[in-house]
Design a protein around this ligand. Structure first.
Ligand SMILES: Cc1cc2nc3c(=O)[nH]c(=O)nc-3n(C[C@H](O)[C@H](O)[C@H](O)COP(=O)(O)OP(=O)(O)OC[C@H]3O[C@@H](n4cnc5c(N)ncnc54)[C@H](O)[C@@H]3O)c2cc1C
Length: 392
């Protein structure tokens, strides 16, 4: 019996074209200045604007809100290609598309969607999403920021930290307790324009990697916002945050895959040029063994990521487990690959001028962000043991 070919393992012609467009853009518009931007800690707002023009920020966003509706797999493919050139610019796919636009799309009123999403997708406005606080990292419910209602306004008080693009953002999705006594059920989400009186920022935070993706603390001091800026219902914040995190973690997995691919690109380039003992080092079997592991690890991470995105495109949104597998595997793979790439490129790799240094620093970041590897292992392990209350 002849089986029908499984379409999920082959990209459609449309997706291949999106991949090529993103790859060409990354090669010509991002790669040439990536190293200098990282050294100068410079955000390339013009490059983000071009990404907006090309539709890169609007894949899982319907056309009526300025997106192109090409879907989650298209988003993942674009994220991978952008991160292959620069993980810092890869962060934009989280801040513009998933953390803000997509969260507003899933929970916003018609008015909120029409007001904010088209501007974010076009990169006319920059966005951020703010969950983390000095004492609330992976333990998101430990946050202490509050939103207190008086008539038609909320007053926000608290400090957010490590917020990507905070100090350059025009708008943010911000989480706070409207009723701390209710625990998870007392958390709410807000859309906040970042030029409101009562908002200030720290200086750019020093980072090991992703140095041209700025991060800052945000200080809210009696920041007065209209009750119309509540996203979803009062008390729905934790649910909104979990949905938001599933989406940003998918982008994070794709970013790690892009990072791994660029580590392979550099390792292959070096191993086919560098000569020792009368031959190219790539001809030594021990180097081939390392390259083989890198390639298989990256391909496995890519397939896990594509599968999770494909599920979302099919309307399967309760795939937290599969997204955790993709994010965990892709993050750890990037770190392993960075370690091997560093060894392959030897002294030249650590010279400071060679891209491996930047790629290695970037690779370590995936393990701690968007849910640390431990958090994802807890989800995966608890599920396998039957301890997890599955969301399906
Ligand atoms: C560059 C950068 C950009 C960021 N951008 C944003 C952003 O845009 N928006 C935002 O809201 N946040 C952002 N963050 C914050 C990021 O999401 C947090 O760093 C992350 O949630 C982890 O928190 P933490 O680093 O404080 O680690 P902690 O939670 O303090 O964890 C430290 C260690 O303890 C382990 N650990 C913690 N709890 C457990 C547990 N229950 N079981 C086992 N091990 C555990 C962790 O795995 C980790 O190894 C960013 C951070 C960085 C560095």
């Amino acid at each position: 019996m002849k089986l029908k070919q499984c379409p999920d393992f082959e990209l459609s012609e449309e997706l291949k074209l999106i991949q090529k467009t993103a790859r060409d853009f990354a090669k010509t518009e991002i790669m040439p200045s990536a190293a200098a931007d990282e050294r100068a800690r410079r955000v390339q707002r013009e490059t983000i604007a071009k990404m907006g023009e090309l539709g890169f920020l609007g894949c899982p966003i319907p056309e009526e809100y300025g997106g192109n509706g090409t879907g989650f797999l298209a988003h993942v493919i674009v994220s991978e290609e952008i991160a292959r050139a620069s993980c810092s610019l890869g962060v934009t796919l989280n801040t513009q598309t998933m953390g803000t636009s997509r969260t507003i799309l899933e929970f916003g009123t018609e008015e909120q969607k029409a007001k904010y999403i088209p501007k974010l997708v076009a990169a006319e406005w920059l966005g951020c999403f703010a969950i983390s606080e000095p004492d609330a990292g992976n333990d998101v419910a430990a946050m202490t920021t509050t939103a207190t209602r008086h008539n038609d306004y909320y007053f926000i008080n608290g400090t957010k930290t490590w917020i990507s693009f905070a100090q350059v953002a025009d708008v943010g999705v911000v989480f706070a307790y409207t009723d701390p006594k209710l625990g998870h059920h007392g958390m709410s989400a807000f859309i906040i324009e970042m030029d409101c009186p009562g908002i200030s920022f720290s200086a750019d935070q020093e980072k090991l990697g992703w140095r041209s993706a700025p991060t800052a603390e945000i200080y809210f001091e009696n920041t007065k916002i209209s009750a119309n800026n509540l996203l979803g219902k009062s008390g729905q914040g934790f649910e909104i945050m979990m949905r938001c995190l599933d989406n940003v973690r998918l982008t994070a997995a794709a970013r790690a895959v892009g990072n791994s691919q660029s580590l392979i690109d550099e390792s292959v380039k070096y191993a086919t040029q560098r000569q020792q003992f009368g031959q190219r080092i790539g001809q030594f079997q021990m180097v081939q063994e390392v390259i083989a592991r890198m390639v298989v690890d990256t391909e496995a991470a890519r397939l896990l990521t594509y599968r999770s995105a494909n599920q979302r495109d099919k309307g399967i949104f309760n795939n937290t487990l599969e997204i955790s597998m993709a994010k965990y595997y892709a993050s750890e793979a990037a770190s392993r690959i960075a370690d091997d790439a560093f060894k392959i490129t030897g002294a030249y790799g650590c010279s400071g001028q060679h891209p491996i240094g930047r790629l290695l620093r970037d690779a370590k970041m995936h393990q701690i962000l968007d849910g640390s590897s431990n958090i994802h292992k807890m989800i995966i392990g608890a599920d396998a043991l039957g301890f997890r209350r599955a969301n399906r």
